[in-house]
Design a protein around this ligand. Structure first.
Ligand SMILES: NCc1[nH]cc(CCC(=O)O)c1CC(=O)O
Length: 327
């Protein structure tokens, strides 16, 4: 592999490509002689827009596995992943996260169909409205915030989801049925911005209202553990604060053995030499809500993640997570 060339694999959704182009921009800024090639993969998770993701091994299996094998096979130097989509309870022998980009806004937002406002959703407690999301964490928070709302299964790439909302399209279900149309969607702010739809943000949830998924807003670049040339390159664009947050939040997933369908949220922030970390586990209907928050030295993020994860276990998290485990 020539030293002046790097091949980076990515899914081919608008969002994934925009994230990978950002990696390419940062790499060429740091190493101007470098030639970055972006290799687009159509993954199982993208080609099946109807099914739930579980038959493909959940989010991780669907979005991550195929690109990972190409890195391990030496066909790619690196792979772009949304950190949030990387399974947090599995070992990845032979692979490491070589870089995390500086974190994009980590929170979730509400995208509303024309004519609907957050005030109306709040006043009605969501009664008579449908919110589309495929994430159990978002579904649980939606039910906490709007107790009478109907949460419907909804998926597709970020830009596709907004188009389906605007066209009042039904969402087809794996069993052949259909739900919808949705009145609102809950989506990541960073994802919407990446696909150029920031103007569709109808309401931004505060971090307290809706704690983000572990790693949300962080773009990760994975490479082979032994590929020192690529690791050196990636270290040039690594953002240490994002990397520490990634370590802390993913340690929570690890301690909780959070599977792909887990209703787990985790968010950390660094202030000077200190890191604060808050994490929660919600049950499927939003009725039970366990939270733990701690702070500790910013240079020991995994230790902090472990302490928060163990506190959640002490408070009964394992039972909730087990209950939501796909059968
Ligand atoms: N599962 C798809 C996915 N993976 C990462 C993001 C958002 C961007 C990010 O967290 O970096 C999204 C879209 C969404 O959740 O609305």
């Amino acid at each position: 592999m020539a030293a002046n060339k790097i091949r980076i694999g990515t899914r081919k959704s608008t969002m994934a490509l925009a994230q990978t182009e950002e990696i390419a921009r940062r790499l060429t800024a740091a190493a101007p002689e470098l030639d970055v090639e972006i290799v687009k993969f159509e993954t199982t998770g993208d080609s099946d827009q109807i099914g739930k993701l579980l038959p493909h091994g959940g989010k991780g299996g669907a979005f991550v596995a195929e690109i990972r094998s190409a890195v391990l096979a030496g066909e790619l130097h690196a792979a772009m992943h949304s950190l949030k989509d990387m399974p947090g309870n599995e070992d990845t022998p032979g692979l490491v996260i070589g870089a995390t980009l500086a974190r994009d806004p980590p929170g979730d937002v509400l995208v509303l169909r024309a004519g609907l406002s957050i005030e109306e959703l709040r006043q009605t407690r969501g009664k008579g409205f449908k919110i589309g999301t495929n994430a159990v964490r978002r579904a649980a928070y939606a039910r906490r915030l709007f107790p009478d709302v109907e949460v419907i299964h909804y998926r597709g790439a970020a830009d596709t989801r907004v188009r389906k909302l605007d066209r009042l399209e039904m969402q087809r279900l794996p069993d052949g049925g259909a739900v919808g149309p949705a009145d609102a969607l809950i989506m990541a702010r960073s994802g919407l911005e990446r696909v150029g739809l920031a103007d569709r943000i109808g309401y931004e949830f505060s971090i307290r209202e809706m704690l983000p998924a572990a790693g949300q807003g962080i773009v990760a670049v994975e490479c082979a553990e032994q590929d020192w040339q690529t690791r050196r390159l990636l270290s040039l664009i690594d953002d240490p604060a994002a990397h520490k947050s990634a370590d802390a939040e993913r340690e929570v997933l690890w301690v909780l053995n959070g599977h792909c369908n887990s209703p787990i949220a985790a968010f950390s922030a660094i202030d000077g030499s200190q890191m604060s970390l808050i994490a929660s586990v919600l049950d499927h209907a939003g009725g039970v809500f366990i939270e733990a928050a701690r702070s500790g030295p910013a240079d020991r993020p995994r230790e902090l993640g472990r302490a928060v994860g163990l506190e959640l276990l002490d408070k009964g998290a394992a039972e909730i997570i087990e209950r939501s485990r796909p059968v």
